[in-house]
Design a protein around this ligand. Structure first.
Ligand code: AMP
Ligand code: MG
Length: 345
């Protein structure tokens, strides 16, 4: 299959809408990462998403809408969700709702809940409006690779497997949406993202819990609240290790670790803050962004992880950010890229 890569225009949006209505797949930009969309009410179209990505069938998808009027066909909406939708939709917040029978079980992996989000990216919004359908869409990467934040990343993974990629430039947030569970008692973040715990609490006026496995691996006997958390994710081919502690100790340890790898003949590098590029200049430093701007680090993170593969890195050592605000989403993704291997400096 030939894959078209087109900028957003009236023609490309109308082609996207035609393809989606015909049960085909379209990759499209959102403010979080690129999504791989199909008609959420067409089980066969939804199954082809799993095939193109190599995604396990028990990992459910997020349904994207452009208008709240689409909700009653998909799910029931609890009172508590309304202030959240008022505050954060359109935007990078996915909410779990109890599903209605119209939603095929292929979308929800058989769960009684359906995850719904209204993206704010103008191309996503225009595409959703043009096709008039709820669109099921996971990230548009091959399963197990870092999520795509550029159209070129989608092409890297899915060329020849899908008919169309809409190019909307780099994704602003750079990590996937916050997934919030309102269906099981205390509101709980299953996956941290651009809408932070602090932002949710300020609207809900109550404490928001974090799923246990956000900053550590799932235990063998632990049930994944969000099935996606069972899977190895965001993993570059290199063995990544996080180094935490006081700044000076971390810098010294990174230099030491890099030197040992070089002596052992392994291709290695460090991921560090912009502020430390100069001090770590002999350690093949990769700039992850300023230490005071978790948003900037999130924006660049997946592109940086993809480049490690291209460069053939075998071992990678990374600085860490405090797990607060968007820093929590950064540490969740970075932690998973490192299989939560951490050294205290
Ligand atoms: P992705 O589409 O790649 O961003 O992955 C979607 C994420 O949303 C996965 O981590 C899923 O586990 C999670 N998710 C989707 N639907 C549900 C649901 N009904 N219950 C819990 N988690 C969900
Ligand atoms: Mg994904």
């Amino acid at each position: 299959m030939k894959t078209l890569l087109l900028p957003s225009s009236e023609e490309s949006l109308s082609l996207a809408a035609d393809l989606l209505r015909a049960g085909e797949l379209v990759a499209f930009p959102t403010e979080t990462v690129y999504g791989l969309g199909a008609d959420a009410l067409n089980a066969k179209a939804v199954l082809s998403i799993f095939a193109a990505k190599g995604r396990p069938a028990d990992n459910p998808l997020i349904v994207h809408i452009h208008d709240r009027a689409q909700l009653p066909d998909l799910c029931t909406v609890p009172e508590a969700a309304i202030p959240l939708m008022d505050a954060f939709w359109p935007g990078p917040l996915t909410i779990l709702f109890n599903r209605k029978p119209a939603v095929p079980s292929e979308v929800t992996a058989g769960l009684p809940t359906v995850a719904v989000r209204m993206p704010s990216h103008p191309v996503a919004a225009a595409m959703l409006k043009a096709c008039g359908l709820p669109i099921a869409a996971p990230s548009a990467n091959s399963s197990g690779r870092p999520s795509p934040t550029l159209a070129a990343h989608v092409l890297e993974d899915l060329q020849g497997k899908i008919p169309l990629i809409l190019d909307g430039g780099p994704c602003e947030v750079g990590v996937e949406s916050t997934v919030l569970d309102l269906c099981h008692g205390v509101p709980t973040i299953l996956r941290p993202g651009g809408v932070t715990k602090e932002m949710l609490e300020s609207v809900l006026h109550t404490e928001v819990a974090l799923a246990g496995s956000i900053l550590r691996p799932l235990k063998p006997d632990e049930k994944a609240l969000s099935p996606g958390m069972r899977y190895k994710h965001y993993a570059p081919k290199a063995a990544v290790t996080l180094v935490e502690g006081e700044e000076e100790a971390v810098l010294a340890r990174l230099q030491d670790l890099y030197r040992r790898e070089a002596e052992a003949g392994r291709k290695s590098c460090v991921l560090c803050f912009s502020e430390h590029m100069d001090q770590l200049r002999d350690c093949r430093p990769h700039d992850i962004g300023s230490k005071d701007h978790a948003e900037e680090i999130a924006h660049r993170l997946f592109d940086t992880l993809r480049r490690l593969d291209e460069e053939g890195m075998e071992t990678v050592f990374s600085e860490v950010v405090p797990p607060e605000g968007v820093g929590l989403a950064v540490m969740n993704r970075l932690g998973r890229a490192a299989a939560f291997r951490t050294i205290k400096a």
